[in-house]
Design a protein around this ligand. Structure first.
Ligand SMILES: [Zn+2]
Length: 156
């Protein structure tokens, strides 16, 4: 099976919440696409409930784009401790950190309605929790976001 970058990250050596540059790819036309981890919770110390991370996905999809141009995608991590974000170009991590902080502030302050929540717009529109999503955003801000270097697993 192909190698996957995130499986080489030592998840016991990171300190959440953080932003991490996971990798940069160059397209055949020479453009670059950068991927970042936007980690909210410490790995293996809990997980965001499905309804809350679903709401975070809906809110951060819009709010991150308010603060950062050229976003390709923002998606929840399957482990439910944060989001992945792909961006055209190579914005540096301080720039990403600033945008993530601003988007979390917007999320923490968000009032009803949640965008994109209807049977027409969403694949599981009943499964949302705005209060919990706001709390996770505020908790991450209270803890202070950092830039996380990649710590590679030492495989023996
Ligand atoms: Zn949805």
């Amino acid at each position: 099976m192909a190698n996957v970058e995130s499986f080489d990250l030592d998840h016991t050596k990171v300190k959440a919440p953080y932003v991490r540059l996971a990798g940069v790819k160059t397209t055949p036309r020479g453009d670059s696409v950068s991927k970042y981890d936007l980690r909210l919770l410490q790995p293996n110390a809990g997980a965001i409930e499905p309804a809350a991370i679903h709401t975070l996905e809906h809110l951060l999809a819009g709010y991150l784009r308010d603060h950062l141009t050229d976003i390709v995608d923002v998606s929840p991590m399957g482990c439910r401790t944060g989001m992945y974000m792909a961006v055209i170009g190579e914005p540096d991590e301080p720039r990403i950190l600033k945008a993530f902080e601003a988007a979390l502030q917007d999320t923490a302050a968000h009032s009803q309605p949640i965008p994109g929540v209807s049977e027409l717009e969403c694949g599981n529109f009943r499964d949302h929790d705005l209060e919990a999503a706001r709390k996770y955003a505020q908790d991450a801000l209270n803890q202070g976001l950092k830039i996380q270097e990649t710590v590679l697993l030492e495989r023996t």
